[in-house]
Write a protein that binds this ligand. Structure first.
Ligand code: KG4
Ligand code: ZN
Length: 364
């Protein structure tokens, strides 16, 4: 079916309240508007996202987000063809707030309702930003997610592996805190690491000798803690040089881990003999230039195209949810008023569930 659809998307699974309007057909879509209200200021005193505060803020801001998204798109509710909302995985209070808003709008307007897996939204973003063809290999790497997926279709994802504990962004944030840098930790570590010596500390590359594409970052974080404590025990505190060297050595370990497992994931993916082999990376950590450059090199060596959606579409947003809605509309009937919000919601139900639960919400 090639009929153009206009979809309102709603996202509230973590600490961003977002609404967006996307128009188009699968593989050729345009973002008409994308409104994101972040909550960093509300959680900054607590060292992580506080679920109750997040849920309340979502409930307060969802109506306003939807109104602004429609206004910026220059359309009214009567002009949309469907409503798509994140129904999991995520912090349950926020997901409930988004699903209830979507249900209310659907009931009031008679427009069909689609519950969208938040991870599918991320994983389908390269179709929105660049119209990438299936199958493509995807690395989702953020504060709450880390997984390698083969996207074979809008509803068909094969998970090759992922973190068994912390997500990399979470590790960047924790390590930044350990060595006295500000939040968010990723950009802070990346900046100071430019002046650091990455070889000063031989931090572990956990699971690198194990087959498969799983990753682990919590031992790495502990290794940084030990190195920091050793320095403090010797000299009473950290110098800026120590901070830079710790940051650079940590970043190098994360980069090596991701690159090593990306090579393995590419081997599995290339066995499918894709017509246009493409590796896509999305999520906040994809903003890291060291990580991005190394992944680009890994792809170039394997003769695989590299694609990273613009950052505004990589981090949590509702345009990716609306775009996933456009893909879903072609595949299945809408959801009913019994659509439930789910804290856990794996993308690939055939693979074993991932372990752990990050500070930015449940992992799938
Ligand atoms: O995708 P995102 O905005 O939110 C979710 O986690 O859902 O990702 C945020 C994470 C934070 O942990 C942040 O420290 C990390 O992405 N991040 C980075 C960089 N920029 C953001 N990590 C490493 N290097 C960066 N330049
Ligand atoms: Zn996300």
């Amino acid at each position: 079916m090639t009929q153009v659809a206009t979809v309102l998307g709603i996202e509230s699974s973590c600490d961003d309240t977002a609404a967006a309007v996307v128009r188009g057909v699968p593989g050729n879509m345009e973002v008409l508007s994308s409104v994101v209200f972040g909550q960093a200021d509300l959680h900054s005193d607590f060292g992580g996202v506080v679920p109750e505060i997040a849920a309340r803020a979502h409930a307060e801001r969802l109506d306003m987000s939807v109104a602004q998204a429609l206004e910026q798109a220059g359309i009214g509710l009567c002009d949309i063809d469907a409503i798509a909302a994140t129904c999991g995985p995520g912090l349950i209070g926020g997901v409930v707030a988004g699903v209830m808003t979507a249900k209310g709008l659907s009931a009031a307007t008679g427009k069909p309702l689609y519950g969208i897996n938040h991870l599918a939204g991320h994983a389908l973003t390269p179709r929105l930003s660049s119209g990438i063809a299936f199958p493509y290999l995807m690395l989702l790497v953020s504060g709450g997610h880390c997984q390698f997926l083969i996207a074979r279709g809008p509803d068909d994802f094969k998970r090759l592996g992922g973190t068994i504990d912390d997500a990399p962004g979470e590790a960047f944030d924790k390590v930044a805190r350990l060595i006295g840098l500000g939040q968010p930790g990723g950009p802070a570590i990346e900046t100071i690491a430019q002046d650091g010596e990455a070889k000063r500390f031989a931090f572990p590359r956990p699971l690198s000798n194990k087959p498969g594409c799983d990753l682990s970052f919590s031992g790495l974080k502990t290794a940084v803690l030990r190195a920091r404590d050793d320095i403090i025990a010797k000299q009473g505190g950290l110098t800026v040089r120590d901070q830079a060297d710790l940051a650079a050595s940590f970043q190098a370990a994360v980069t090596d881990s991701l690159a090593g497992k990306a090579k393995r994931a590419l081997e599995v993916y290339l066995d499918l003999a894709p017509v246009i082999p493409t590796f896509c990376v999305a999520g906040g950590v994809a903003a890291n230039m060291t990580i991005r450059t190394v992944l680009e090199t890994v792809c170039a060596e394997a003769n695989v195209a590299f694609d990273a959606p613009p950052l505004a579409l990589c981090t949590d947003n509702a345009a990716m949810i609306a775009a996933a809605g456009i893909e879903q509309m072609r595949l299945r009937a809408p959801d009913g008023m019994d659509l439930s919000a789910r804290p856990r919601m794996p993308l690939d139900t055939k693979s074993t569930a991932m372990l752990g639960s990050g500070k930015k919400g449940a992992k799938a």
